[in-house]
Ligand binder design. Sequence first.
Ligand SMILES: Cc1ncc(COP(=O)(O)O)c(C=O)c1O
Length: 449
Amino acid sequence: MTSRHTDHVLTARNADEPAEFLARYPGYELTRGLDRLRRTEYAYLDEQNHLYLDYAGSGLAASAQHRAHQRRMQGILPGSPSTTAPAIDHARHAVLRHLNASPHEYTVVFTANASAAARLVGERYPFGRHGRLVLTSDNHESVDGLRAFAKAGHSATTVIATQRPDLRISTSTVISALGRKRPDRRRGLFAYPAQSGFTGVQHPLGWIDIAHDRGYDVLLDAAAYLPTNSLDLSLVRPDFVTVSWYKVFGYPTGVGCLVVRRDALSRLSRKALEDSSLNFLSIPDVEVGLALLADTGVELISRRVRYLTGWFLERLTTLRHGNGLPMARVYGPTTTSARGGIVSFNFLDPSGHVLDPALVANEATGAGISLRTGCFGNPGAGSNAAELCPKSLRALLKHGTADSLDVVGLPSGGTVRVSFGAPSAVRDVERFIAFAERHFEDRFVGELV
Ligand SMILES: Cc1ncc(COP(=O)(O)O)c(C=O)c1O
């Protein structure tokens, strides 16, 4: 390591925890319980020397979740929709408890994932000639898919673009898109993510009341938010909440939820939203995951993820090539305020050209690192970052606002995404930064290591 790289590693308290980090984030000490959990429940990570940095892609399952599933499988003979019905009901109540939602006010519809939950709303929402769909441009494509349903129902769609440099949206912009206060008249549906799966931006939950006051139902996409944040449905009252449980605690896959307000349910065209046979062997595992989360404490996870994200952003944005130019460009906020543990960025070469994310992905895989590259199902993640995604770029070309698919010189497009979760630790950040220095410092586009 050159002296440039030792700046952050002054007198490490132990080999993999920089003293500067512990001094900057003393509250990290309060999250030590998560180190214990990493040693016990997520031991497989270190046993395999694997660096997992794709918690936004999928959470990781604790070993206890698999043990609980096995025990239950051995106990139910045979597992059928009728024998598992009570366990499914328990899981439904556990979801409501987790969200502090009154069963009088909310109900839980099990789906395959968050995308299926959004589609359910799209298929049954009473879009009409006088109705409107309002969306943020920062949305997963499953929520963006609501446009097709709005169009079929002859409703107009308004998309609110994110603003540079943080790729957030100001509340005043949302208010002007939603229009004047009209709580007495139903105007349509407003849909946005509580947390962006692209930039990690946490859009204000206060928009829910603002939209209600203006006559809108609200769909809150909580898929990227819930794994590391708590949502209290006694404080904010979106009409529809979409969730994928594997993103929250890794297992089971294939189970998500639409949490829906009972009065909004009455406005949907068909009230029976659940498939006739549910994923009855897996849904009870949601209760196990939620119990583990309650034992661990979502606030503790939020806290740790916030510190790690802050430190990661500092380390990444201060990486320099030999000529003093930055090694990375972050898309989205570079501080920890109102953002979660998802960071999208690209590595730059010493002349400022973007290193192809596909190459970063390849070399990360070779180094035993899981991360994501691409657009993460969010091609419109800020019209300002749009040129990064081939899909958005094609749209720009179609509308005559971009000249060539080579504008950004990326064969594959997109960005690199690193995300943190409950098992993450500061040594994960250090290992990633060391990988970045080893592979990309002073490396030009097209140059092999
Ligand atoms: C913000 C957000 N919403 C929705 C989804 C869709 O989740 P799923 O593919 O599990 O349906 C994702 C997936 O990455 C996401 O990040």
